[in-house]
Design a protein around this ligand. Structure first.
Ligand code: FAD
Length: 484
């Protein structure tokens, strides 16, 4: 099933409980903080439901059409197709929506390629996962996930002697019908617009915290669930041109709060296995499929950054200066490196698990680390090229509503090359990427969405063929003649 944007909006009006501070949001599709973001998400659904785009966005299985990102790839060509669909989705939102519908879908798809990882822990749970995978793709679900303990605590040993009463999400009761969970979890990006949320643990947790080791899925309007939103950025934007990205691309981040929420067994995929609650993402292609999408999304964002840098230099009249061209050349080369890294993941794909195809894990984790390391530097390059021009712009485009102010603005704020209004839009766009609250949130997102740098680099450490590297050194050492 391919959902239309209109139907997606309808699903968001399901009575879910969202708070902005103490304000209860009745309808995200009409609330000023969320309505433009909701339209952006609906736009993605319309994009992929368009019959003219079937080849790009869908695959068929047993006579049914599914969004392509649910494809469990078996060949390099499958991986290529899946990548093209995700690139088109990321391009449609300029790489600014991190948890677009194809993101967490990758995680569930990856789990569904090796459900035995769950089944061996608890009979029936692998089957639950497969059924959920089928349910999610059949209903074109938008999934979000919250897999980080909100208290920061992952081990009891970190706080010896302390009796901390952490509100980490955990199982507080269970019976024949399912489990009851209570507590909070961070940070459910996109949950405001999604249909369901996956809870679990992406960071390792202590064996002693077994009750927190629960992996399950639940609808966002389940009784007892509430979402506590951070400050939404669209409310700062009286009109789109003032903060064009805050206005349309705030994907939202919420803390998931559960007040004795009942989850039926059919929706439970892991329970009481602390170490395995993280390992399942690594022992299956889940983490790789999910973050392959993150890599592709970053590539799209890089395209926006490079194009914007060039446009700004043109507007500033510095684009012909050799030193400026060098910077632009560097940025363009970085964008090309990302494209190469993504194609490389597919070219050197792994035939893993048996019968399936997975992007090359080492290359994927290397790119994940690269993006985490370099995003701040790249944004700073853009900021440096910008100069102080964004602050030259009036506080709001409402100057256009006053004939006298408008006349002055249009004459004095223009340059021979660029009308005042175009300059305003350009610099405001750039400001929303380097200086606004939206920009600040993106700095944090790119640093942390896949875990802190220790977690991300650990993936590369784990996957590295150390024996091969050691053998290289040993071969060289063995060849060194030593006096006898
Ligand atoms: C914008 C945004 C969106 C997010 N979206 C989601 C989402 O959709 N779903 C989700 O589940 N989570 C999401 N997250 C949460 C994300 O998973 C966590 O922020 C991330 O795992 C880091 O955890 P933390 O914030 O607890 O920081 P920590 O892990 O505590 O790290 C904070 C700092 O402490 C350092 N540090 C931590 N431990 C050590 C150590 N042992 N030694 C040395 N230094 C250490 C880290 O390197 C880092 O600099 C999001 C986060 C952000 C910022």
């Amino acid at each position: 099933m391919l959902l239309s944007g209109k139907d997606k909006l309808e699903r968001m009006r399901d009575g879910r409980v969202i708070y902005i501070g103490s304000e209860r949001v009745d309808d995200v599709t009409t609330h000023p903080a969320f309505r433009a973001g909701a339209q952006t998400v609906a736009g993605l659904y319309d994009l992929k439901a368009n019959p003219a785009q079937r080849e790009l966005f869908t695959f068929e299985e047993d006579g049914e059409l599914f969004s392509l990102y649910w494809l469990r790839c078996r060949t390099r060509d499958d991986l290529r197709r899946r990548m093209r669909a995700m690139k088109a989705i990321a391009d449609a939102t300029y790489g600014l929506i991190g948890r677009s519908p194809d993101q967490v879908a990758g995680l569930v798809t990856g789990l569904a390629m090796n459900p035995s990882a769950l089944e061996t822990l608890h009979a029936g749970f692998g089957k639950n996962l497969l059924n959920y995978y089928d349910f999610a793709r059949r209903n074109d679900l938008y999934l979000s996930f919250a897999v980080t303990p909100a208290s920061g605590r992952r081990s009891l040993d970190l706080f010896p002697g302390q009796q901390r009463d952490d509100p980490n999400l955990q199982v507080v009761a269970e019976d024949d019908t399912g489990v009851t969970v209570a507590g909070m979890k961070m940070l459910a990006t996109g949950a405001t617009f999604a249909d369901e949320i996956l809870i679990g643990n992406l960071t390792p947790i202590d064996e002693k915290l077994k009750s927190e080791a629960i992996t399950a899925a639940l609808p966002l309007n389940a009784p007892g669930v509430s979402l506590w939103a951070r400050q939404p950025y669209a409310v700062h934007a009286a009109q789109e041109a003032d903060y064009p990205l805050s206005f349309r691309f705030d994907e939202t981040d919420c803390v998931l709060v559960c007040d004795n929420v009942k989850i039926p067994w059919e929706r439970v995929f892991l329970h009481n296995h602390a170490v395995m609650s993280r390992a399942i993402y690594i022992q299956t292609p889940a983490n790789c499929y999910q973050n392959h999408q993150s890599n592709i999304r970053f590539w799209s964002k890089m395209g926006l950054i490079v194009g914007l840098a060039s446009r700004i230099c043109q507007a500033n009249g510095v684009d012909k200066i050799p030193a400026v061209r060098e910077t632009l050349g560097r940025l363009a080369s970085l964008e090309a490196i990302l494209g190469g890294m993504i194609h490389g993941q597919i070219e050197a794909y792994e035939e893993w698990p048996v019968g399936f195809a997975t992007p090359n894990r080492r290359f994927m984790y290397a790119m994940l680390n690269w993006c985490q390391e370099h995003h701040t530097e790249i944004i700073d390059m853009l900021r440096t090229l910008l100069g102080g021009y964004p602050l030259l712009m009036p506080a709001s485009l409402d100057v256009m509503h006053d004939a006298t102010l408008r006349d002055r603005f249009e004459r004095w704020w223009a340059t021979p090359a660029t009308p005042a209004l175009d300059r305003y839009k350009l610099y405001k766009l750039a400001w929303d990427l380097v200086g606004s609250e939206f920009a600040g949130r993106h700095m944090l997102y790119e640093k942390f969405y896949a875990g802190n740098s220790i977690v991300v680099r650990n993936q590369s450490d784990r996957e590295a063929p150390w024996e091969h590297f050691h053998a290289t050194v040993d071969r060289l050492l063995d060849g060194i003649e030593t006096p006898t």
